[in-house]
Design a protein around this ligand. Structure first.
Ligand code: FES
Length: 72
């Protein structure tokens, strides 16, 4: 995947089923549980409590340098 590809787009390109809608970090439909790693949250819809457990994979990514382990 080229730099700048969202996690959501990478999953879709690899035929992984994921729920999504707005693709702008507004609806929370793509909310995914984070099992390990530190996300950089770029959504505008999650509460602080939700951000403790997961992330919106359409707009958020891993804090650098780092990896994320997601529950898909
Ligand atoms: S698809 Fe709406 S927040 Fe990700």
């Amino acid at each position: 995947m080229p730099p700048g590809t969202s996690i959501l787009d990478a999953l879709i390109a690899n035929d992984v089923f994921v729920s999504y809608d707005c693709q702008r970090g507004e609806c929370g439909n793509c909310y995914t549980t984070v099992l390990a790693g530190q996300p950089v949250h770029r959504d505008v819809c999650l509460t602080p409590a939700m951000r403790e457990q997961g992330m919106c994979i359409c707009v958020s990514w891993a804090a650098a340098p780092g990896r994320l382990l997601l529950e898909l």
